[in-house]
Design a binder for this molecule. Structure first.
Ligand SMILES: [Mn+2]
Length: 292
């Protein structure tokens, strides 16, 4: 009910969700809606691929529950949540429409500042996926294969009377496909480098559907996951700790509590949040392409 606060709702500082792929037949919209209804936040970041224009172009597949999700977002906004949208590759087509609508702040990337003053670059991440950049046909093909894998998982789950995990096939393929793993690590490294260039302490992204909090060379890498396979979102607690949360509210992984800034004067925590213009983004020349 709009305006009614359920005591089970969890108040957090920020929520980050990406890769919900509404419009794709495998979108776990029910789980996403539960997640959004169970949280209240000062800021909600929509970190790209929220609506799947590629899937909708193939076949229009708009379910009533998608309207309920949009309704929930508007309700959160009415309750004071700031909505920030960084489009991804599947919803780039919405960009101008979203700007015209004026309901959400739209930018390629945002700077999010934690209570302790750490700066996080928030972006979808597709610009650092070499195949996305240089061989769209390949990613289209991968998307089709991925859809088949998701279908196999769906039927396996049904045929075993829901005794198996939802994403067995996807999980096996992803851990066995060495080149895919190399592709992941290359993606993570590119995002970490980019965060460093923007003098950020970390990066929060999506795109590769692999929820994770890790650290490399003092830079924190966070991937929010997705709502096709993993059904995870990222929440920032009031104390600034970041948690990857499952649809049922359980915590899958949490960051360390942030200490005070290690180098004095390195960062002014009072600096206002600012958006980074597209020109600031330096997508460095690809080295070796990891996926064949
Ligand atoms: Mn993407």
């Amino acid at each position: 009910m709009p305006g009614c606060h359920d005591s089970s709702e969890r108040q957090v500082r920020s929520i980050f969700v990406s890769d919900t792929h509404l419009g794709c037949k495998h979108a776990r919209a029910d789980a996403l809606l539960d997640f959004l209804r169970n949280h209240r936040a000062d800021t909600l970041y929509l970190v790209g691929d929220i609506i799947d224009g590629w899937a909708l172009r193939r076949k229009w597949h708009w379910r009533p529950i998608y309207d309920a999700i949009i309704q929930r977002l508007l309700e959160m906004r009415a309750e004071g949540t700031r909505l920030r949208y960084a489009p991804g590759n599947h919803d780039a087509f919405l960009r101008q429409y979203l700007i015209d609508m004026g309901v959400v702040d739209v930018a390629d990337q945002f700077i999010h500042t934690t209570p302790a003053g750490q700066r996080f670059l928030v972006l979808h991440g597709d610009r650092f996926d070499k195949f996305e950049q240089y061989a769209t046909w390949f990613t289209m093909m991968t998307a089709a294969t991925y859809n088949v894998m998701l279908s196999m998982d769906y039927w396996l789950h049904r045929l075993t009377f829901r005794r198996t995990q939802r994403n067995v096939v996807c999980g096996v393929v992803k851990t066995k496909a060495k080149k895919l793993v190399m592709h992941y690590s290359e993606f993570e490294r590119q995002l970490i480098d980019n965060a460093e260039k923007h003098e950020c302490h970390g990066v929060i992204c999506g795109h590769i559907h692999n929820p994770k909090i890790s650290e490399l060379a003092g830079i924190t890498y966070v991937n929010t996951g997705d709502w096709l396979e993993n059904c995870t979102g990222l929440v920032e607690r009031e104390d600034g700790v970041l948690e990857i949360v499952n649809a049922d509210g359980s915590v899958r992984q949490a960051s360390q509590p942030w200490g005070p800034m290690s180098v004095e004067g390195e960062f002014n925590g009072d600096e206002p949040q600012r958006e980074v213009a597209e020109e600031d983004v330096d997508v460095s020349e690809p080295a070796e392409v990891a996926v064949a």
